[in-house]
Write a protein that binds this ligand. Structure first.
Ligand code: ADE
Length: 232
């Protein structure tokens, strides 16, 4: 039987999903509230992890240990690094990597986790395909592509750093949790997908765009997740 862990970093990324679910139990752990129940009759655990990579990693491990989830979905917003992704569009992960991991001094590739032999954490292909199909169904007017999520403990809001994330990591969107969830899911053998709606372009206009578009973008991602769980 499936039990799907759904992680959003911020309240506005999980609010709609929590309202749509039937809750059977709420468990508090590591200052996070895990809402167990069903969404569209599918067993789920929905949780607001908090922002950043440490919160996201802890949250993923708790979903694995305490709830034994069979799949993980990360929903939320991101800054676009791809000219084909405009504000409101959706990026579905093909893979994710840490853009703030740099042990190149010892010969590792930029972004590679030392002694792990891994830079990219691949998303589950079936989940990514189902997410794309769900998006076409519920958000037919919204452009969605598969691509690479790059994550770091940093809000990206400048052309120079944006350019680096494109050139060095071939990122399609930047956010602050995805690679940690991917990394944790990989270590626990749990299939995952990251779904991110674009709230800004991670450039000099991001500071203005983000507050204006985050709520609408988060809604797009949540609508997709509601549909997606029915097909897993
Ligand atoms: N989340 C949404 N936009 C972002 C950005 N520009 N950088 C990091 N995380 C984000």
């Amino acid at each position: 039987m499936v039990k799907i862990g759904i992680i959003g970093a911020m309240e506005l990324e999980v609010k709609e999903l929590k309202e749509a679910m039937t809750v059977s139990e709420i468990t508090k752990k590591a200052n996070m509230e895990f809402f167990e129940g069903t969404l569209n009759n599918v067993p789920v655990v929905i949780v607001q992890s908090g922002i950043g990579k440490v919160n996201a990693a802890l949250c993923t491990q708790i979903l694995a240990d305490l709830f034994q989830v069979t799949h993980i979905i990360n929903t939320g917003v991101a800054g676009s690094l791809n000219v084909a992704l405009d504000i409101g569009d959706i990026l579905i992960s093909r893979d994710a990597l840490h853009h703030d991991m740099d042990v190149t001094i010892f010969g590792y590739q930029l972004g590679e986790v030392p002694q792990m032999g891994r830079r990219e954490f691949p998303a589950d292909e079936r989940l990514a395909k189902l997410a794309k199909e769900a998006c076409e169904k519920v958000n037919p007017d919204i452009h969605a592509i598969l691509g690479r999520v790059v994550s770091g403990d940093q809000f990206i809001s400048g052309n120079e750093i944006k350019e680096k994330l494109i050139q060095e990591y071939q990122g399609d969107c930047a956010e602050m949790e995805g690679a940690s969830i991917a990394h944790g899911a990989y270590l626990n053998n749990i299939p995952f997908v990251i779904i991110r709606a674009i709230s800004d372009k991670a450039d000099n206009s991001a500071e203005m765009d983000y507050p204006a578009f985050e709520a609408a973008a988060a809604k797009h991602s949540a609508a997709l997740v509601k549909e997606l769980v029915k097909h897993i």
